[in-house]
Design a protein around this ligand. Sequence first.
Ligand SMILES: Nc1ncnc2c1ncn2[C@@H]1O[C@H](COP(=O)(O)OP(=O)(O)OP(=O)(O)O)[C@@H](O)[C@H]1O
Length: 729
Amino acid sequence: MEDNFQSAYQEEQERLNTALAEIDRQLETLRNTPVYTGNDYTEQILEDSREQRRGNLAKLRQEPYFGRLDFAESGDGVRRELYIGKIGVDREQVSDRPLVIDWRAPVASLFYSFTGGTEATSYESPEGLIEGLVYLKRNVVIRKRILERVADTYDREGDGPAVSDEFLVYRLGENKDNRLRDIVSTIQEEQDRIIRAAKNTALIIQGVAGSGKTTVALHRLAFLLYQYKEQVSAERMIIFAPNRMFLDYISDVLPELGVGNIQQSTFADWAAGILGLELPQQSVMETLNRWFEAPGGMPEITDETSERFKGGTKLIGIIEDAVRRLESGSVPGGDFTPWEGAVLPRRTILRWHNEEYAPYPPAKRKERVMARIHRWIEMELKKSPSAAALKDRKKKGAQREKAYGAKWPKYDPLAIYKQIFRAVKTPADWPAEAPEALPAAVLKETRSQLKKGVVLEEDLPPLLYIHYLLNGDEGVQKFDHIVIDEAQDFSPFQIAVLDLYVRGHSFTILGDLSQGIHAYKGVHDWKEMQSLFAPEHTSYHALTRSYRSTMEIIDFANGILSAGVHSELLAVPVFRSGSPVRLIPYGEQRESDLRAALANLSGRDYRTVAVLTRTLADAAHLYENLSEHFDDIHLIDGGMTEYQGGLSVLPLYLSKGLEFDAVIVADADLDSYGETAWDAKLLYVGCTRALHELWLMHNGRLPDYLRQASETAETASGWPDVSGEPDSK
Ligand SMILES: Nc1ncnc2c1ncn2[C@@H]1O[C@H](COP(=O)(O)OP(=O)(O)OP(=O)(O)O)[C@@H](O)[C@H]1O
């Protein structure tokens, strides 16, 4: 075994030497090629491509590839060694194999989809299905040109028929810093299928916590850019994430994959940008406060809860009705008379509006009709009998044209939205009462909020829809693809609106219903989203394996899911064992116990440790105390734009999407968490943030689901033994 390993290592070292020498040579040649600065277009294109290759080779000379796959096609049966890296490189001499194959290339898919066995396997290539035998799947870790590790995960001539998880487990055992990383060397088969799925479908992915949803979405973008080079561009792709700090947390993955310029935004920022509204961050924080900081837990949610109603599709009908109503009475009454003696009959204007410009949306129609009127005035002016008359008519005409334009309805989304909620005077031909379909509570709340001039996050989808109905998509650059992360917190209305801004329903929608802690606005069942698309335009996938946490943590989190969330979407752990989950009752002093817990965990080899509290107010209070004792400690609130890693104190609901080497859940007891499924979801989110260590601190009165979880999973009670010996339940 040792000999095999030695020879594999030696073989890879030799191959690495050859590959590095060739990459260095190619880079040298390119660097010696004078940079073209002239105006010849073809030369400029060639220079761009040389510049890109210079950049790629400079990266590759540090870490040229990460995997090797030996594959023999059924046709000629010749075993070929294929080296797979983040970027493909051709050889200097033309050959049947590139020096490095891009991980996104069709043949590289075998590296991920092959799950073992001795049977022939196949992959889809542009020439059709290619069959053959896999002989070897090998992971090769190269850092800064040094070969650090060689691990075979499958060897046809070796002992086992299956692909081993050993290398994956080694990778998962590493500590994390303040950024999410790429996983190209260990993408798993179920993830690969999503990454490589065809572009023009709304993919809906339910994935348990830690199943790699965010990571997979980012890799999928890199894949789509490679596979559909001619059809998509990075600038026309967008990823929506829950907050700006999360965007910062994921911001390294795409550049690591050699992909730049993909737009990244929160829905609120993007929508406010299109609407030209200044949506204060304040309003996002207010929503969080209302739901998460309320004393006594989350307020009750019904279909008439404002966020939920405004996120549902019932409002669509009300909006369409209002816009139609406005439009039908839009052409002002009476003929248009720019000066005495010149008359443009209303029936002519109506013909332009209702017939000639009928295909345009209302705001564009108005624009066109007004432009036509302007041209008509200019023609009429030519008939002026004298220069003095011309001057007089010009002045009058301009004034009356302006006045006539002002008589049209104001095609402003916010103005119309206010009219729907009767927060301003409505047009004369509208009923005095607001539409019956608007629930009384939503009407009252929204009316008073709009009267104060406040626009909330929940108002953005309806406002955008009105904007779209008024202006259509003329002049709008549609997206080639949209990724929505944490999609369980998106409403169906948000998705319906986004569908208007993307070509070919090209979506990757990822989320986890068990983490649906924003139930007041999000979906409760993926069918709510699926039903927005024709069946042939959507497909559903489930990711059930969880990669983030140790088996002990996953078992414990599964216990919360079964007993508290009553969900069957349990996670399947990768076989990575660690310390038991620890439940620690507070002694005399809560804060000094939390301090001691943090001191213990941060004293180890971990890079990120978090204390999760029930509310932001708790987090702020605790932070004040802890910051006197710890240097590199940060308080995370909803307005943060950057995630710094190290030690963090944050309310549990803001930890969604993030991960930490070790997590301390403060106050995991009935004083802070009730027995409801929502409380259980909150704790599920918190517990699944931990990679290696999870400690729950409490006052002895645990919610029932936590008690049950602690009985079914491997847990330890109390402080760790100073001797480091494993301790009992
Ligand atoms: N195939 C893989 N190889 C190595 N690491 C992986 C793999 N898949 C996921 N991971 C790791 O698992 C962790 C969780 O990934 P990610 O945050 O993308 O999951 P998620 O499903 O979005 O999680 P959550 O919903 O809980 O926020 C990350 O550290 C990621 O690097």
